[in-house]
Design a protein around this ligand. Sequence first.
Ligand SMILES: O=C(O)CCC(=O)C(=O)O
Ligand SMILES: [Fe+2]
Length: 328
Amino acid sequence: MASSKKATVSVSQATAKSLPVIDLSGFGEGDAARDAAVAHAMRDACEDKGFFYVVGHGVEPDLVALLRQQAEAFFSKPLEQKEAVSKDLSACNRGYERLAAQTLEKGGSPDQKEGYYIGVEVPETDPRVLAGKFNHGPNQWPVNMPAFRQTADEYFETMVAFGTKLMQAMALSLDLRHDYFSGYTADPMCTLRLLHYPPQRPNAEPDEKGCGAHTDFGGLTLLWQDEVGGLEVLDEDGWVPAPPIEGAFNVNLGDMIQRWTNGRYRSTLHRVINRSGRERYSIPFFYTGNPDHEVRCIETCLAPGETPAHPPITVSEHLQAMYKQTYA
Ligand SMILES: O=C(O)CCC(=O)C(=O)O
Ligand SMILES: [Fe+2]
C-alpha cells in the first residue's frame, strides 16, 4: 500500500508513544519471517493498550468511501423515515438507533450520536431465529436505497476476511498455531455499525460526549473514521487522541479478548468528543466470532502457578451479559 509509509510517520508525530501502526501486508502468504514480524508487533500492541492502527489490510478505499456516502445519505433523511427502520422494531438489534439512545459511559450523559446496526442476514424461517437465538435474524433496510444494502453487504464480507486474518495474527502472537481460533472465526456473528456525530453543542452539559468512555464488549473492533477526528484513548497520562490516518483502520480489543487472555491482552477505555464544529462519520465493525464458541482462558496466557480469573463462557453468553449492562 502506497500510503502506509506516510501514515506511519504521521501517527508517530500525532500520538507520540501511544499507538503503533501495524502493516498487515504479506501476512499469511507463506513468508514465515513476515508472519512472525506481524505477530510480534501485534503482541506488543495488545499487551500495551490493545489499540493500534492497521495498514496493508487490503480493504479498497473506494468501498469505504461508498459506504460513508450511503451512511450520510441515510442519516440526512427526515427522522420519520429513519424511525421506519428503527432498531426498536427489530428482535435482533438491527436498524436505526436515534440520537442519544445509548449511554456508553456509566452514569454519564446520553451519547450525541445516531447509528445504524447491520448484522449477518439470517431469515425469519431459520431454526436459530425460530429458537430465539440472541441477535439472530434479518436486517432492516431503508426503502429506496438499494446501494445502501449492496455496499453494506460487500463491506461486511470484506471486513469478515480482514478480521479473520487479524485473529490468525493474534494466534501467532500468543505462540499458538495460526488456526487456533478457527472455531471462533467459523460463521462469525459480526456487527457493522454506521455512526453519525453532530458537532458538540456549545451549550452542552460539561460531561456531554459523542460517545461516552467505554470499553468494547467483544472481540476485535475494526474502526474506520473520517477525517474529522475526536476519538480518544485512555493512557497512563490521561486521554490521548487517536486521530484518523488516511488508509488505516483503528483496531482495538474488546473485553472478551481480555477475558480470554486472562488480562494479558488489553481492552482499553476510549471515547469520542466531536469538537471540530463539523459532522463526523465513523464505521466500527465488531468482529465478535462464532456465538457458540467457548471462551476459555488460553494456556499461553497463564504464568506458572497462575489460575484463570474467569470460568469458561460462550461468546453469546458473554455478549448478552454485556448488552444487558449498557442498555439496562
Ligand atoms: O466512532 C468512533 O470513533 C468510535 C466508536 C466506538 O468506540 C464504538 O462504537 O464502540
Ligand atoms: Fe468503542
